[in-house]
Design a protein around this ligand. Structure first.
Ligand SMILES: O=P(O)(O)OC[C@H]1O[C@](O)(CO)[C@@H](O)[C@@H]1O
Length: 390
């Protein structure tokens, strides 16, 4: 971690705070939605009701003794937090463990008939099938006639703002849909990003959400491969469903099929990506650490080596940003290059702001945001950043 004083770790135990609302309201809403979305049997209904009760009023319970990943979770702090309230442990840990427990509850890890059934798939598919996705794919036809650098910029911004499409928000807000508030970049290191994105070598992209975020991520990768900006791309996705909409291998396949089946330029992108996977220029990686409740500063040696060898690692989304700089209450003017200094290779964050963590703002920007919105700019998903540490 960076060699600067450590700010407080974010917990979920302050009523009225954003993290508290996620644990007290969003998680129960997610359990209810999943319960409704599948014809689960009475046993699973009882287990889901028990999880609902437990995550509001109970304490953290260990994974079953025969869980395939028991040792991993013990290494990630499970014993230390067992018996604590969900609200009193690091928020990042609590959230991650909630998703692990939810999957256990619905039988995802099996054995049994529900093994491997993604409890969030209906929501992901609805998004993939939405008319907005068609509109976004049709827009590619117009883009196709533009100069390559213009296309690249448009695709980068598509990937960045695609991060606003977060099903976790929509499953738990009373008034779903796009936030109406003003949009804008609070930090923009794009000029430092372009040379890194066009210097050939390997691009690692740590993906975030499926559907309307993953599609633009894939389009950006396709463009960079096609124009020789990168030789190879590695797409890091989640080994199991996580934070509702996070992309898994199945979601990559769905996205590629969606592209390939679309009319016009979208299909060409789909074919390019399909063959890039077949010839090894595009690899999908589902490392267990991608679902770890820990910051990237604690990444294992194999990931460290991989990111050290990459020309650039692009870290997408809010959760990955929290893990990149640490889920800590940094003073917002802390340089991003200090918070991410430990990263083993050049790294860029593309993120819309959906939690309290932020670094790399200049004092004037922070003051203007606070004057306009108090602290709501941190969590509303209406602002975004592009940051680079090389
Ligand atoms: O999809 P993203 O951009 O990672 O956002 C997920 C976000 O959901 C929350 O965990 C709240 O549930 C955010 O604070 C979090 O980081």
């Amino acid at each position: 971690m960076p060699d600067i004083p450590f700010p407080p770790v974010i917990l979920g135990n302050e009523p009225g705070s954003f993290p508290h609302s996620v644990l007290a309201e969003r998680h129960p809403a997610i359990v209810r939605q999943v319960r409704e979305a599948f014809p689960y049997d009475p046993g699973r209904h009882r287990a889901l009701d028990a999880l609902l009760d437990n995550c509001i009023k109970g304490v953290i319970e260990p994974l079953p003794a025969d869980a395939h990943d028991l040792g991993r979770w013990e290494g990630w702090g499970m014993r230390e937090y067992t018996g604590s309230s969900w609200f009193d442990v690091p928020w990042l840990w609590s959230e991650s463990y909630f998703y692990r427990q939810l999957l256990d509850t619905v039988g995802y890890f099996g054995p049994g008939p529900w093994q491997g059934i993604d409890p969030f798939r209906p929501f992901k598919l609805a998004e993939l099938d939405a008319p907005e996705t068609d509109e976004e794919l049709t827009a590619l036809d117009t883009l196709a006639g533009r100069p390559a650098d213009e296309q690249a910029r448009a695709l980068l911004h598509g990937s960045l703002w695609g991060n606003r499409a977060d099903l976790g928000f929509r499953l738990s807000t009373e008034h779903p849909g796009s936030p109406a508030a003003a949009q804008g970049l609070v930090a923009d290191d794009s000029e430092d990003l372009w040379p890194l994105l066009s210097g050939a070598g390997t691009l690692c992209l740590i993906a975030d959400n499926a559907g309307r975020e993953l599609i633009p991520d894939l389009l950006l990768i396709a463009h960079l491969l096609e124009h020789g900006c990168v030789e190879r791309a590695v797409l890091h996705i989640k080994p199991y469903p996580y934070y509702v909409s996070d992309a898994t291998t199945a979601d990559v396949v769905d996205a590629l099929r969606r592209l390939a089946a679309a009319p016009g330029a979208a299909a060409a992108y789909g074919q390019l990506l399909w063959s890039a996977m077949a010839d090894g220029r595009l690899t999908v990686r589902a490392h267990p650490f991608s679902c770890a409740p820990l910051p990237y500063a604690r990444m294992p040696a194999d990931l460290r080596e991989e990111f050290a060898a990459a020309a650039l690692t692009v870290v997408k989304g809010d959760l990955n940003y929290r893990r990149l700089v640490g889920d800590l209450l940094w003073p917002p003017t802390t340089p991003f290059t200090e918070a991410a200094a430990y990263f083993p290779g050049p790294v860029a964050a593309l993120r819309t702001l959906k939690s309290d963590v932020v670094t790399g703002l200049d004092a004037g920007t922070e003051a203007a945001l606070v004057a306009a919105e108090d602290q709501r700019w941190r969590t509303g998903g209406t602002h975004a950043l592009i940051q680079v540490c090389a």
